[in-house]
Design a protein around this ligand. Structure first.
Ligand code: FAD
Ligand code: DLZ
Ligand code: SF4
Length: 507
């Protein structure tokens, strides 16, 4: 039976279910660079280079294994511009008996492909994506009849189910979660590890030229494109992280530092998300480093929790709430996304640091995303759909299934508490505690009012006051509301006037 097997740009893994049972004599693998995928949001240029380059390398690997690959380049004259268009073209040319697809990770493409499959005369099988530790149905079963869907409890179930970081029935290190030991700020003179850089080879240079030609208007610079685009290099990046960074990952997971967004973070999300690395092998290596005494438990558990816990959990939340999650807007926030998210032009040092890193590397680490740009969008009342589109565009690792819950649920609390038990709202004090940004900022982080007061301070209290009716009863918000009660009427008025003035003049 001749089977046409579709491989999407984030399914670049030899064990992907669409390739299971492949017969190299009869079957053809279809891969297509298409405008539809390159422009459904205005992706950062590095993200497009990363994905198209990785697709081209993966296609070569498959060919060298003896498989027949039908590959459409973005600038092929016959390119129809969409995945479905390319499937239709291939079906017309090859007349396969069966089409085999792995479920797309994003609802948008899943919806298009499943509707197309229903109406297509050729048999189409859509297989599960089994690169994850859990199945979407497992999450649904877990979520059913639960009042609250907290990550921690889903994570513990996955620890038990997989045996990862377990000593029999007990968690290794004696505790499930070492989050309390993951919040140190970085000492002034702490040495940071060098990072592996993967200089563009000829194939990548071709794609860079293509992207400069077709997507010159997209956000971001290509000057520092250093991402790995092949599994062997992604594996080298993983080994380097385990050797040079993991030991300190736990302690400084939440720390931020001027001119360095990488700190001890792994930079592995893009590779895991497109299939160059499997989450299982990444967690196994981290656990092995702990078992052999090379890294402490707060590092191994802190890291594994992000992948086995958060990554699996947000995927569950995404499919639990799609379609419709995109429209969530608990606070009815409607301010347009200010231009500074694209230009980085602002006197707020913390924000310019995060945006500049985003533009240069298509990367900012989790706390920059959550507590700087995300926190600002929350406090300033920026429209969640616009904010979410920004996050989906600007990071090399951005795919809707992981971006949406992180933005809509975690950073903006736009789902009203489905994902987070309280908004991650914070004043300048948090940023000052966790970074060295405030030392070189035009604003004074200790001030709440006045022309040079840190905007995060009055925006924070203004946010609390504006949303008192919907947040005050949350027991986790008791402390800030107790403090707000002590403000005089004049103080409250000044904060509101200053916040309004700042936001009205954001541009
Ligand atoms: P590390 O800090 O080294 O973490 C290790 C790994 O854990 C990551 O590679 C990633 O696979 C996983 N991970 C860590 N945090 C999360 C999380 N909150 N949710 C899911 N997985 C996590 N991550 C994406 O992969 N794609 C996105 O589009 C994305 N959008 C985000 C948007 C916002 C507003 C926020 C607050 C977070 C977002 N994240 C996203 C989660 C997280 O910020 C990134 O996974 C992380 O910064 C990637 O860098 P790293 O590989 O160095 O991660
Ligand atoms: C993100 C992306 C981009 C930029 N380009 C392509 C492409 O040309 N061809 C392709 O198959 N996939 C691409 N992707 C990844 C898809 O957007 C991704 O597979 C879907 O969003 C499903 O998760
Ligand atoms: Fe950011 Fe305020 Fe610190 Fe400036 S003073 S870096 S705006 S937190």
């Amino acid at each position: 039976m001749k089977t046409l097997r579709l491989i999407l740009g984030d399914q670049l893994n030899r064990d992907i279910s669409a390739l299971e049972g492949i017969d190299s004599r009869t079957d053809v693998i279809l891969m297509a660079e298409v405008m539809q995928e390159a422009t459904y949001v205005r992706h950062h240029k590095q993200k497009i280079v990363f994905i198209l380059s990785a697709m081209r390398h993966f296609a070569e690997e498959l060919k060298s294994e003896g498989f027949q690959v039908r590959y459409t380049n973005l600038d092929d004259v016959e390119n129809s511009g969409s995945i479905i268009g390319e499937l239709n073209r291939a079906i017309k040319d090859l007349s396969p008996d069966l089409i085999c697809i792995t479920t797309p990770a994003e609802y948008r493409l899943f919806d298009q492909l499943s509707n197309w499959a229903k109406n297509h005369p050729t048999d189409v099988v859509i297989r599960k994506d089994d690169r994850f530790f859990s199945d979407i149905n497992d999450f649904e079963a877990w979520a059913k009849n639960r009042k609250s869907l907290r990550m921690e409890f889903f994570y513990r179930e996955l620890r038990r189910k997989t045996g990862i970081l377990m000593d029999g029935n007990s968690p290794k290190g004696g505790k499930w979660n070492f989050d309390q030991s993951n919040r140190k700020s970085l000492p002034k003179t702490f040495e940071l590890p060098d990072r592996l850089k993967f200089c563009p080879n000829e194939k990548v240079i071709d794609v860079i030229a293509l992207v400069e030609e077709y997507f010159s208007e997209h956000f971001g610079s290509l000057d520092k494109f250093n991402w790995a685009v092949q599994r062997k290099d992604a594996l080298a990046a993983l080994d380097h992280f385990i050797e040079a960074c993991l030991e300190n990952f736990g302690d400084y997971q939440d720390a931020m530092k001027a001119n360095n967004s990488f700190l001890f973070h792994s930079l592995l999300a893009p590779y895991i998300n497109i299939g160059l690395l499997s989450p299982k092998e990444v967690c196994s290596k981290a656990e092995a480093a702990y078992d052999s005494g090379r890294v402490p438990i707060n590092a191994a558990e802190g890291f594994i929790r992000q992948i086995l816990g958060w990554r699996e959990y947000v995927r569950g939340i995404y499919w639990h709430r799609m379609p419709g999650y995109t429209e969530s807007n608990f606070f009815k926030a409607n301010r347009p996304l200010p231009d500074l998210y694209w230009t980085g032009k602002t006197d707020m040092r913390c924000i310019s640091e995060a945006i500049n890193s985003t533009s240069e590397y298509a990367y900012a680490h989790h706390i920059q995303r959550l507590m700087v740009t995300g926190n600002f969008a929350l406090l300033a009342g920026i429209d969640p759909a616009e904010t979410s589109e920004w996050y989906l565009s600007v990071y090399a690792d951005a795919f809707e299934w992981v971006e949406h819950p992180n933005t809509i649920g975690m950073a903006l609390y736009a789902d009203g508490g489905l994902l987070a038990s309280k908004p991650y709202a914070a004043s300048g004090a948090y940023i000052n505690r966790m970074s060295d940004y405030c030392r070189s900022c035009k604003y004074d982080v200790k001030k709440r009012e006045g022309s040079n007061a840190c905007p995060f301070n009055y925006l924070y209290w203004d946010f609390m006051a504006r949303n008192q009716d919907v947040l005050e009863d949350n027991p986790r918000m008791a402390f800030p509301y107790k403090t707000l009660k002590r403000f005089t009427e004049i103080q409250r008025k000044n904060i509101s006037v200053q916040a309004k003035y700042f936001l009205d003049n954001l541009e």
